[in-house]
Ligand binder design. Structure first.
Ligand code: CTP
Ligand code: MG
Length: 227
């Protein structure tokens, strides 16, 4: 299929607190956006839409062109919205007419390997309306009410959701047109519209850089050679 990816990079990075929009914060000499685009451009894609903070579209384009190599013609940059969902909607509006499968990816998952993209694309290509990468939950999880443990929750029933999340283009367009509430991810929005979403194996390197500790971890992973 012809696959388009929407890289949402329009957030402010409040919790990271690095004094700049998160996508432009450096991990090593290169920004979070540069790193995420390395994984993106290693995947088999027909269009790459970067959703940038309003006013930073030119900076996002420069970062993209520095990474795209001979795939620079695939790149579009648009300004994001006040919420992640609004930013995805802005990205959807910029997709070319011939894109059949859409991946939505957090720029903040800067170290996501290309193999995760390939697994998600394969699941949607194989007939799923949507597919998302997940990891098993490691901690023992409790249901609580205030300071009281109400129940233990069976970990086997739980998974942690990552991105890129992939969908048939018609399914995602329709779900976004219908969405009235705010959803925490695109899979929840699509599920609310009545579609089944499949799970594929995620990857530990697809963790989201949210806090300063996460950025430290990313720095360490990049700069320390694997044992
Ligand atoms: N995002 C976006 N537009 C928004 C909010 C978030 O494109 N209005 C993107 C972020 O750039 C990020 C992804 O959605 O790649 C996940 O969001 P999050 O990790 O919450 O990033 P921020 O919103 O930037 O961080 P914070 O919530 O700490 O401000
Ligand atoms: Mg946020």
């Amino acid at each position: 299929p012809r696959v388009g990816v929407i890289v949402v990079a329009a957030g402010s990075g409040t919790r990271l607190g690095a004094g700049a929009p998160k996508a432009f914060v450096g991990i090593d000499g290169r920004s979070i956006l540069r790193h995420v685009l390395e994984g993106v451009f290693a995947a088999p894609l027909a269009q790459v839409v970067i959703v940038a903070p309003a006013g930073r579209e030119g900076d996002a384009l420069s970062e993209a062109l520095a990474t795209a190599g001979d795939r620079r013609d695939l790149v579009s940059v648009v300004a994001g919205g006040d919420t992640r969902q609004g930013s995805v909607a802005a990205g959807l509006a910029a997709l070319w007419a011939d894109v059949e499968v859409v991946l939505v990816h957090d720029a903040a998952r800067a170290l996501t390997p290309a193999e995760v993209f390939e697994r998600v694309i394969a699941a949607v290509d194989g007939g799923a309306a949507g597919a998302i990468p997940v990891l098993p939950v490691i901690d023992t999880i409790k249901r609580v009410a205030g300071d009281e443990i109400v129940a233990a929750v069976d970990r086997a029933e739980l998974a942690a959701a990552q991105t890129p999340q992939g969908f048939r283009r018609d399914v995602l367009d329709e779900a976004y047109d219908a969405a009235v509430a705010d959803f925490t991810d695109d899979a929840a929005l699509v599920a609310d519209a009545g579609h089944a979403v499949a799970a594929v194996p995620g990857h530990p390197l697809a963790f989201k850089i949210t806090t300063a500790a996460d950025l430290d971890r990313a720095r360490h992973l990049i700069t320390e050679p694997a044992p």
